[in-house]
Design a protein around this ligand. Structure first.
Ligand code: PMP
Length: 457
């Protein structure tokens, strides 16, 4: 069936008045409507409804890792839907695609992480992990072990539980699961480590973690959750050794370690998973989504250790948790084809080289007066814009400096994501050296032009 979709920019933006966007200024949208309609995509590029070709500098939303328009994935999804459109994985049902993808993830994930619970978003993966651990501790006769340790600056999702696991700024006064989640210090040396060496800053963070655990009581804490590199919190790379030491503390106090690899997995940092390959840890649970299917279908995975599974699968009743679309056949097929493509074309390995080039190219922007810090790793980069680099003074938030630069960049052919005064770049992993150079050049021009306009004003 060919769908009768709105085609022109006017038609799309008028029809769009019924759509409620995510993380948007709804009032501004009511006044002026959506800004851009993306109508097509191929490789590392997208096209808007006015025919502009743009570098997809944010990979959809940190997710289109293998690039857009991959026939192999589209065909695998189509073939799966033609054979089995839908069946659930509730009760004792299974189907070939979900079974095969769970086995593949067990093979790719570190150590004893061999059991996979599928969901349909990163938020659900994080909710599921906490629910699974509550179930686990109930089974062990420790029902008081419920609290979650998270960090200032973390982003873990937008369901009621995962937003509570997220840094409080994102709740904007809305109610949240009060008292359940406690926030440790943000591990951002550049802003918070003044007067200390990086090693001293790390000691201070670990001291904070231990003292919070002592205050709350380890007998009340279920888990610690951490992104290997914080994403939506501004791309924060913690001090070297942070995750290893945090895991040691978790082990000392019998607290489970959840690694939120919704962004960092599937090649973004050059490996299928970053926890072990980059940060040298074997967490108890890895959550992932986004790059798992490169965005071709919504899917997440909560990958747990054999030990956790052994407890929740012991005698004593059912596992009372499930989403209708957990392990949806089309999504599982997308995941399998996506991983097969990554393995065939060695996409994570190649991203080790091109990702480093991307990182170094953007690092080069630090010579600009208002670029305070360019941070991140490989295809996960944040550019922090500051009014005064020496004092690290920020621009007035009302200026919306990130948006000013992002709009300028879009007019020059690049989509970047503004996050307050920070610009996020998380493109497809198939960026060529030419596209990487163009991205760097557009960002430089855009930042310089915005800087000049601010000076002129
Ligand atoms: N965890 C992390 C680290 C994320 O970056 C995100 C989304 N950006 C999520 C969880 C939530 O994923 P989703 O939007 O698919 O619910």
């Amino acid at each position: 069936m060919t769908l009768d979709l709105p085609r022109t920019t006017d038609e799309i933006l008028t029809t769009d008045l019924h759509l409620v966007q995510s993380f948007a200024d709804l009032n501004a949208l009511k006044q002026s409507g959506a800004r851009t309609a993306i109508v097509a995509a191929e490789g590392a590029m997208v096209r808007d409804s006015d025919g502009n070709e743009l570098i997809d500098g944010i990979g959809g939303l940190w997710c289109v890792n293998v690039g857009h328009g991959r026939r192999e994935i589209i065909e695998a999804i189509t073939e799966q839907l033609q054979t089995l459109d839908f069946y659930s994985t509730f009760y004792s049902f299974t189907h070939p695609a979900a079974a095969a993808l769970s086995a593949k993830l067990a093979e790719l994930a570190p150590g004893s992480l061999n059991k996979v619970y599928f969901g349909n978003s990163g938020s659900v993966a994080n909710d599921s992990a906490v629910r699974i651990l509550h179930h686990y501790y109930n089974r062990l006769g420790q029902p008081k072990k419920r609290l979650v340790l998270s960090r200032q600056g973390a982003y873990h999702g937008s369901t009621y539980l995962s937003i509570a696991m997220t840094t409080p700024e994102y709740s904007d006064g809305w109610s949240r699961a009060e008292g359940l989640v406690h926030y440790l210090r943000k591990p951002h040396y550049w802003h918070e480590g003044d007067g200390m060496t990086e090693a001293e800053f790390l000691d201070a963070l670990m001291e904070d973690m231990r003292s919070r655990i002592e205050t709350l009581g380890a007998e009340n804490i279920a888990c610690f959750v951490a992104e290997p590199i914080m994403g939506a919190g501004g791309v924060i790379v913690p001090p070297k050794g942070y995750h290893k030491r945090a895991l040691e503390i978790c082990r000392d106090y019998e607290i489970k370690y959840i690694s939120d690899e919704v962004v960092t997995a599937f090649g973004r940092l050059g490996h299928f998973f970053a926890s072990e390959a980059v940060f040298d840890i074997q967490p108890d649970i890895i959550n992932t989504a986004k790059g798992l299917t490169s965005g071709y279908q919504p899917l997440s995975a909560t990958i747990m250790s054999d030990e956790i599974h052994e407890v929740i699968s012991g005698p004593g009743g059912s596992f009372l948790h499930g989403m209708t679309y957990s392990g949806h056949p089309a999504a599982a097929a997308a995941g399998l084809a996506n991983i097969a493509l990554m393995e065939r074309d060695e996409i994570p390995q190649k991203a080790q080289v091109t990702g480093k080039l991307f990182e170094e190219t953007l690092k080069g922007l630090e010579d600009i007066e208002i670029v305070g810090e360019v941070r991140g790793s490989h295809f996960m980069i944040g550019i922090e814009l500051v009014k005064d680099k020496a004092t690290k003074t920020l621009f007035d938030p009302d200026l919306n400096i990130g948006m000013m630069v992002a709009q300028k960049a879009q007019s020059k052919g690049l989509i970047a994501r503004p996050l307050g005064h920070i610009l996020i770049l998380s493109p497809t992993l198939i960026m060529t050296p030419e596209l990487i150079a163009r991205t760097g050049a557009i960002l430089r021009e855009s930042i310089l032009e915005v800087m000049a306009s601010l000076k002129a004003a």
